[in-house]
Design a protein around this ligand. Structure first.
Ligand code: NAD
Length: 295
């Protein structure tokens, strides 16, 4: 535990989607940093790292009860929410089922937080709002938060609507801080063995400009979002500092997107999903790279 984390010792945070790929790492990180975590998901984890309550987030009553300390054995209300639960990609189920689940879950979390005067909400948006899979090329590179969302799927449409919804929740409550994290493709260390094969064919990963996010760095961004105190909503691209490729980022852009303006001199493997805003406003500093795991 760091000295910073001690001050978080009394901060009680609910994490939705806590059983999922990103949620597991987020819960472990927040516990390690001294947060008092209440883990929420409809699926029970095999080995819970924090007290767990099974909740279907599409049911407002269940969300309100869980966040307010109404569940027996879990009587302490939370003062912050990390909302990660979702069907996490297009095409896993029907578009309508994806929209119904994800939009209801997010509305219920945002609305229950409002009703309970919870003033800190961090939630998972997605890189997809940048226009993935870039069948229409990006407006420029590296892409950043400066252009309007361009969702191309129902999953992404919902993420874009969530960002808009957050703007209105913050307008309704001037004391509310909401942080939307547009995560890149989430990776665990065991996923890195597959990365060298991407080099053979740049088209395999051009759909997200060869980006990725190590779940541990994703968890860091969540914690930094919880530490943010400026009221209002901000969205941030959260990716690692490099790409999944061995070829240089400038070469990849020149070959695959020759007509797209590259707006800066790129470091050799520099991410084409800009993390400058997250660095600047959150203090985000990715600690990991797949290159440290694959020889
Ligand atoms: N995985 C990625 O590459 C990626 C990229 C960008 C953004 N995201 C976003 O990050 C978040 C976490 O993604 P993940 O990869 O950990 O997904 P995951 O599928 O591994 O975990 C999501 C969890 O949410 C839970 N959940 C879904 N609907 C629920 C409901 N109605 N009630 C209760 N629990 C519910 C699931 O049971 C699951 O445990 C999601 O919001 C996803 O859209 C993921």
């Amino acid at each position: 535990m760091t000295s910073d984390s001690v001050q978080n010792g009394s901060r009680r945070v609910a994490v939705t989607g806590s059983t999922g790929k990103l949620g597991r790492t987020v819960v472990a990180h927040l516990v390690e940093q001294g947060y008092d975590v209440l883990a929420l998901d409809r699926t029970r984890p095999e080995s819970p790292a924090a007290p767990f309550v099974a909740v279907d987030l599409t049911d407002y009553g269940q969300v309100f009860e869980a966040l307010s300390g109404g569940v027996d054995e879990h009587p302490t209300p939370v003062d912050a929410v990390v909302h990660l639960a979702a069907i996490p990609a297009p095409g896993l189920t029907t578009n309508a089922a994806t929209f119904a689940n994800n939009s209801a879950a997010t509305y219920n979390v945002f609305a229950a937080a409002k009703a309970l005067k919870i003033r800190s909400v961090v939630w998972a948006s997605s890189e997809t709002v940048l226009g993935l899979p870039f069948d229409t090329p990006p407006p420029y590179a590296p892409v950043d938060e400066e252009y309007h969302p361009r969702p191309e799927t129902t999953y992404s449409l919902n993420k874009a609507l969530e960002e808009e919804m957050a703007r209105h929740f913050c307008r309704w409550d001037p004391e509310l801080t909401m942080v939307g994290l547009r995560f890149s493709n989430v990776m665990d260390p065991e996923d890195y063995a597959a990365f060298p094969a991407y080099d053979e064919d740049p088209s395999l990963r051009q759909w997200n400009l060869w980006g990725y996010i190590d779940a541990r760095d994703g968890a860091q961004a969540v914690r930094l979002g919880l530490e943010r105190t400026d009221p209002g909503v901000e969205v941030f691209i959260v990716a690692n500092a490099d790409t999944v490729m061995s070829r240089s980022s400038a070469d990849l852009m020149a070959q695959v997107f020759p007509d797209v303006e590259v707006r800066k001199a790129l470091d050799e493997h520099e991410t084409l999903l800009s993390i400058d805003k997250a660095r600047r406003l959150l203090g985000y500093q990715p600690d990991h790279s797949w290159r440290d795991h694959v020889g």
